[in-house]
Design a protein around this ligand. Structure first.
Ligand code: NAD
Length: 232
């Protein structure tokens, strides 16, 4: 990274954790945010389009990629096979494949520029703990994200390319609110020793630290933010 303010692409920043990341980065970086209305990551070509747009808007230079966009959509084990496949494919496409496509473009971009860069992937506690009976695909997509992050960290560290993952537990965004309401908030809170779900600002602080300040030797690290609801 140069001494200039870093240029950062943050996906899924229209609300929730992504919006909090934008707020935390304010003044410290030149940031391009994104939401599904800008580039739909359920479209296999969406990530490529987003990268091209981001490069244009950020004057041809992106130093940090934060993959935050994601969906948490149920698919029941007894759903018809076509619906089951569609649910898996959509979650894998948005949560994992689009993130992978953006990581790929970021690495190629840094190679072309002959410089390093940073990737921060927002995964989930579900990567390690698993999730509900209707969310295997979500847990699998986030476990995939963690495996991808570690592979990038190991494979590209020598080129100055650093990769980190953040694994939030329940975080008070629209995504969590729906889930807490559907499953009985009290029971879920009882499972969190800290006694509350995470605040989006807590996740944003960790992501910002990894994006801007974390020492290079931390590459490959996965940061848990879950109130000790899953300690590994
Ligand atoms: P949210 O639903 O509030 O926001 C999701 C963001 O992703 C939005 O900006 C939305 O526009 C974008 N997005 C969704 N589908 C998209 C698509 N098809 N194309 C492009 N963009 C799309 O979610 P959140 O709770 O802020 O979660 C952010 C990230 O954190 C996600 O990856 C999520 O899996 C992860 N996470 C959240 C929690 C939680 O409890 N909230 C816990 C663990 C991990």
């Amino acid at each position: 990274m140069t001494n200039e303010r870093p240029h950062i692409l943050v996906t899924g920043s229209t609300r929730g954790i992504g919006a909090a990341i934008l707020e935390t980065l304010d003044g410290r970086a030149v940031v391009m945010g994104h939401g599904s209305a800008d580039a739909d990551l359920s479209d296999p070509a969406g990530a490529e389009r987003l990268w091209e747009t981001a490069l244009q808007r950020l004057d041809g230079r992106i130093d940090v990629l934060i993959n935050n966009a994601g969906v948490f959509e149920p698919v029941a084990v007894d759903a018809p096979l076509d619906d089951w496949h569609a649910g898996w494919a959509r979650t894998m496409q948005i949560n994992l494949q689009a993130s992978a496509d953006l990581c790929r473009r970021a690495i190629l971009h840094w190679r072309e520029r002959g410089c390093g860069g940073r990737i921060v992937n927002i995964a989930s506690r579900a990567a390690y703990r698993g999730d509900s009976p209707a969310h295997w695909h979500y847990a699998a997509s986030k476990a995939g994200m963690v495996g991808m992050t570690k592979s990038i960290a190991r494979g590209f560290a020598a080129e100055g390319i650093l990769a980190f993952a953040v694994c939030p537990g329940f975080t008070m965004t629209g995504m969590a609110e729906d889930y807490l309401a559907s499953r009985g908030g009290d029971k879920l809170l009882a499972d969190i020793p800290l006694g509350r779900v995470a605040d989006p600002a807590e996740v944003a602080n960790a992501a910002t630290y990894l994006a801007l300040d974390a020492p290079a030797s931390m590459t490959g690290a996965v940061i848990d933010i879950n109130g000790a609801s899953f300690v590994r």
